[in-house]
Unconditional design. Structure first.
Length: 186
C-alpha cells in the first residue's frame, strides 16, 4: 500500500572515528519526530508516511526529503537531520496496467469531476495534478479559480498511478497514465 514508518533516535554512544568513541551520551527526555519536507511523500495514519507521487516524480526527483527533529531541552540543543528517501518502483510480481477513459472538456465552475481509472490488479488508484487550476480530493478533481488573465481554453493535466505491492501477492508499480482536458469559458 506504499506506507512506511521511519524511526529516528538520538545516539546513545559516541560513534567510531570520534574522540571518546564508545562513551555513553546523556539521553535527554523527549522523542525524535519525523517530518515531511518535500517530494513524493505524504503523512499517513499512525505517525507513518506513504508514497504520494506528484509532478516532481521522474522529473529530477526520485523520492523526497524528510527531517528527523529533536526539539531540545534547556541542556541539549535542538537537532535537525535532513534525510533523502529514494523510492525504487516495485519490479517484482504481476505486471499491472491502468485503464482510464478520457476526461471530457468542462466549463469553468463545473462540479467535481469523478476520476475513474482502474488497475488491472484491482488495487486503488491515486492521482496528482501535473498542471492547471485544479486539485485532487480523493477520487475527485476539483476545479480551482481560473487566474484572472487566463485565456480560454485552459488546459489541465492529471496523472493516475498505482505503486503496487511488495508483499505477496507482489504487484509491480504501474506506468503513469496522463490525461489532459480543457476548461472552457463559463
Amino acid at each position: 500500500n506504499g506506507t512506511f514508518g521511519p524511526k529516528a533516535e538520538l545516539a546513545s554512544v559516541l560513534p567510531e572515528g570520534f574522540i571518546g568513541a564508545g562513551e555513553k551520551l546523556s539521553q535527554p527526555p523527549g522523542a525524535v519526530r519525523m517530518e515531511w519536507i518535500c517530494g513524493s511523500i505524504a503523512p499517513a495514519e499512525d505517525d507513518g508516511f506513504r508514497v504520494s507521487l506528484d509532478r516532481t516524480w521522474r522529473n529530477g526527483m526520485d523520492g523526497g526529503y524528510m527531517a528527523a527533529l529533536f526539539d531540545g531541552t534547556d541542556k541539549v540543543r535542538r537537532a535537525v537531520q535532513p534525510i533523502h528517501v529514494k523510492f525504487l518502483p516495485n519490479q517484482a510480481g504481476e505486471k499491472q496496467t491502468i485503464t482510464w477513459d478520457p476526461l471530457p472538456d468542462v466549463h469553468a465552475g463545473a462540479p467535481p469531476i469523478p476520476l475513474t481509472a482502474r488497475s488491472s490488479a484491482g488495487l486503488a488508484i491515486r492521482y496528482f495534478v501535473v498542471y492547471g487550476p485544479a486539485k485532487i480530493e480523493g477520487d475527485k478533481l476539483i476545479l480551482t479559480p481560473i487566474p484572472p488573465r487566463a485565456k480560454y481554453p485552459v488546459e489541465v493535466a492529471v496523472t493516475a498511478w498505482q505503486w503496487g505491492r511488495k508483499s505477496e501477492p507482489k504487484v509491480q508499480t504501474s506506468d503513469l497514465v496522463r490525461q489532459t482536458f480543457h476548461i472552457l469559458p463559463p
